[in-house]
Design a protein around this ligand. Structure first.
Ligand SMILES: [Ca+2]
Ligand SMILES: [Ca+2]
Length: 180
């Protein structure tokens, strides 16, 4: 699936299979055509009543292609990429090569996990415990607790400029999928 977008709200492929799952794994391969600097995102976790808006959980691309979770209405960041000590706890979105990502959400236990090429990325884990990982800024910006309530996952592209993303091998499951 090739998705090109030019507007801030972007263009999205809705993964309707997650709508029935209180917890689930979403695996996909993605290749971005160009690197970007600015406010960009390529996955949306629609949480609660969000709908491609400032309450959507964005998988956002920070400077130097560093990934983070972000919600626009608080400018929350997990990990806190604005803190030099946390920037290297995340991973970079490669350019021009297909890369495997897997996201786990758990609405009951209020948990998000993340893998790139099969490797768990602790910097991208949100578990509502500020004593672990790198979700302290996120939790602080949401009053100490963030209710994970994922209703829809969207793959695509949005933000302050155009790009083309190529998605492949998209899967949704109740157990770990992996990259093979
Ligand atoms: Ca919840
Ligand atoms: Ca934590």
């Amino acid at each position: 699936v090739e998705i090109s977008a030019t507007s801030f709200n972007g263009s999205w492929l809705d993964l309707l299979a997650v709508q029935q799952l209180q917890a689930g794994y979403v695996r996909f391969f993605v290749k971005q055509a160009q690197a970007k600097t600015g406010l960009y995102f390529f996955v949306l976790l629609e949480n609660g009543n969000s709908n491609t808006d400032n309450a959507s959980i964005r998988l956002r691309i920070h400077d130097e292609n560093i990934l983070l979770w972000n919600v626009g209405n608080t400018d929350s960041a997990s990990p806190d990429v604005y803190d030099p000590a946390q920037r290297d706890k995340s991973v970079k979105l490669p350019v021009g090569q297909s890369t495997c990502f897997e996201i786990f959400y758990d609405n009951t236990n209020d948990l998000i996990k993340f893998w790139m090429n099969g490797n768990a990325i602790l910097g991208m884990e949100i578990d509502n415990d500020p004593s672990t990982g790198f979700d302290q800024r996120w939790l602080r910006d949401h009053g100490g607790f963030f209710n994970i309530d994922v209703r829809l996952v969207r793959l695509g592209w949005g933000g302050n400029g155009s790009n083309t993303m190529l998605y492949d091998d998209i899967a949704v499951s109740t157990s770990r999928i992996g990259c093979n």
